[in-house]
Design a protein around this ligand. Structure first.
Ligand SMILES: [Zn+2]
Length: 463
């Protein structure tokens, strides 16, 4: 970290209610300080991101949008997830159709056009759809001037300036700079080219953003590429860290086949090149175990690629979010169910094992479940009158049964995906809240050990 950043700066406050951000004087590797670390625990950090759309507690989960629409959820259903305070959107999808001017000229601008304006949520524009890795392998080309991307109209080329224009039309609170996004297993000669282009496009994006009034209050994140080559990741990170005015960094193109060990190395090497106050995001890192490992490395923002895959597969999350919930599960499995209303949300995860009796004699696969989720396609749920997760307070669990979800899947009714999306997002937001609570209490390491230990017992001992 440059000495100038450790000394603290007192640059002029930017306009905008509630904004704590300020810009450092030019000429050093300074960060835009809209983010602050509130507490740390065992490598993890509990932070706050101050934006014009509100203050987001981190580590945070970004709700996924597919080309601008929250997947499976209408705006009124999204309002049933009050903890969904941040949304991710792929800026590339707005380069061509609709063109940026369509959003700019719409009443209220891009946010209103996409029905993402009320209630206010932190909007994060990325240069990639985290759930659909639209990379065509060797077919994908790029030059120094443009990236070739797949969008809903087909293949397209996009320059840094075109990308930033599209992003500005979305009126985001955070946006990720354009990068030459390539997967982990890209060839050794392709990765340096990707880094060269990514390094060149960052200042081009920042210059374009400086001329876009809609991005005046937004924070920019540099994307770090380099595939599996750690030296290239480092080269990209070191170059990006010199860029003035960034709010943070995205360790990009993860979730593309890298091993957990390599991912940890890449995250460590990249984040070490940025100041502590830099906001840190990863792309497409999503299972609970992967989230915990990344949080332990100080990552602050996550997308919802994992949830997209779960809903597509007909899964409902059922893992206990806290040790107390695990205890409630075990108590429910061992004896009569707790008195109605006794424990509310705390007893939520009790449901997966709550019926006891005959179900206990079946193996987990017969029951259509593992230690973290249930598969509603399973015939085991054909007549199951329980909610997806007894005790869960989400709309789906409060109103519907597993048998109904199974029926909806069998009949290919889209309400199945709607209800699964609601439940899984609600559950994962609770998981992130528990992570934040663990950090705030100074016990993140303990929480992580409990969670991973439970997972290990399942894998090794089958319980
Ligand atoms: Zn639920």
């Amino acid at each position: 970290m440059p000495a100038c950043c450790s000394a603290g700066h007192s640059g002029g406050s930017r306009a905008g209610a509630g904004m704590h951000a300020h810009r450092h004087s030019s000429g050093c590797s300074h960060m835009l300080t809209m983010f602050k670390v509130v507490s740390t625990s065992d490598g993890a950090r509990r932070g706050e991101l101050a934006t014009a759309s509100g203050t987001l507690p981190t580590p945070a989960l970004l709700v996924y949008t597919h080309r601008g629409g929250v997947l499976n959820l209408t705006p009124d259903l999204l309002e049933k997830l009050p903890d969904a305070q941040a949304v991710q959107i792929d800026g590339l999808q707005f380069v061509n159709q609709p063109k940026p001017e369509v959003l700019q000229q719409a009443p209220g601008g891009g946010r209103r056009f996409l029905a993402l304006d009320a209630p206010p949520r932190v909007l994060v524009a990325t240069a990639r759809d985290p759930a659909i890795y639209e990379y065509l392998g060797a077919m994908r080309q790029a030059t120094k001037e443009w990236a070739s991307v797949s969008i809903h109209t087909g293949a397209a080329t996009v320059t840094a300036e075109q990308y930033v224009e599209a992003v500005a039309a979305l009126q985001p609170d955070l946006w990720v700079a354009l990068s030459d996004d390539i997967p982990n297993d890209s060839r050794s000669d392709r990765c340096p080219k990707s880094v060269d282009r990514t390094v060149a496009w960052l200042p081009a994006c920042m210059a374009a953003a400086a001329g876009a009034p809609a991005l005046a209050g937004a924070g920019a994140l540099a994307a770090v590429q380099g595939g599996q080559y750690v030296n290239e990741r480092i080269r990209c990170a070191e170059a990006a860290a010199k860029q003035p005015g960034l709010a943070g960094v995205v360790v990009a193109a993860l979730g593309t086949g890298e091993s957990p060990e390599l991912r940890a190395t890449i995250i460590a090497e990249v984040t070490a090149r940025f100041p502590e106050g830099a906001l840190r995001m990863v792309s497409s890192v999503g299972t609970p175990e992967d989230v915990l490992e990344a949080v332990a490395q100080g990552i602050d923002l996550f997308d919802s690629a994992h949830l997209v895959n779960l809903v597509a597969g007909g899964y409902a999350l059922s893992f206990p979010v806290t040790p107390e919930e695990e205890a409630a599960q075990q108590a429910a499995a061992a004896g009569p169910p707790p008195a109605a209303g006794a424990a509310g949300e705390t007893a939520a995860a009790a449901g997966a094992a709550a019926d006891g009796g005959a179900a206990q004699e079946q193996c987990a696969a017969d029951r259509g479940e593992d230690d973290s989720k249930i598969n509603l396609w399973s015939l085991a749920y054909r007549t199951d009158a329980r909610p997806l997760l007894p005790g869960c307070s989400c709309f789906a669990c409060a109103n519907h049964t597993r048998a109904y979800l199974h029926h909806l899947l069998q009949t290919h009714e889209m309400t199945a995906q709607v209800l699964l999306e609601l439940h899984n997002t609600h559950h994962y937001l609770r998981f992130f809240a528990a992570i934040r609570d663990g950090i705030a209490a100074g016990r993140f390491g303990e929480y992580r050990a409990w969670f991973l230990g439970r997972r290990q017992r399942w894998l090794v001992e089958g319980r």
